[in-house]
Design a protein around this ligand. Sequence first.
Ligand code: SAM
Length: 273
Amino acid sequence: MTLPPLPPLREVIATHGLAASKALGQNFLLDEQLLDRIARVPGPLAGETVYEVGPGPGGLTRALLRAGATVVAVERDRRCLPALAELDAASGGRLTVIEGDALEIDEAATGAAHVVANLPYNVGTALLVRWLGLEAWPPWWRSLTLMFQKEVAERIVAAPDTDAYGRLAVLAQWRGAARIAMGVHRSAFVPPPKVMSAVVHIVPREAPAGVSPAMLERLTAAAFGQRRKMLRQSLKAVPGAVEALAALGIDPARRAETLTVDDFVALARALSD
Ligand code: SAM
């Protein structure tokens, strides 16, 4: 599944006038070895369909194609489309590009099994919450491989009793097994962002029966909205929650960050009936 020799990414950027746009959160990765390492995070991709958000000049896309994947990519910046069309031709038609906003696409319809993206950070968190918060489970995706600001990546994989532990950790770990697959230094990006980055890999878990995602969301919003308060205070906003704590043997004098993901799930189940 090798690709024919391609011009260096810097040349693609220069030829197509792809000066990075701040408004679109563009920080490009040009190191092809690093891009190949990211493309290996989901596991073997030969014959698999990958959904890529924000291919830009196509660095990560190349790596995915080199790994043997078929890629469906959505890109908002139409300046990138000619460069991506060249990549499609070089890959023998294994790349389909949709011009549009990833927040408005019906990704399930792409038939993709894996999601891989180096995204603007605000869009990345919104998409993660959407993909994890799906009512229907198991989801259409088999794995998510997403670049985040390092601090956000740490919040996704955080353990209880740490400052990073909060709504994002409960949501991600309830629905998936999440790990930081690799750190990425800020100097790897062009232009370099202010902060370090990390690639997070998530595979879906079976969702526990009898738990409403909306209830879990409501509980974590109330509990972590006042994370310094005792649960008997912060959970007052959710009818029945304080009583359910007692029934589950969870001391209402505890604070949100001391509850495990399983504790939150048990509480949501007790209130979802
Ligand atoms: N994947 C390329 C790389 O690794 O070099 C580009 C990464 S750059 C951080 C983010 C890309 O996402 C840009 O190409 C940008 O135009 C695109 N983008 C930003 N917002 C988007 C959105 N809402 N939907 C689709 N693409 C978006």
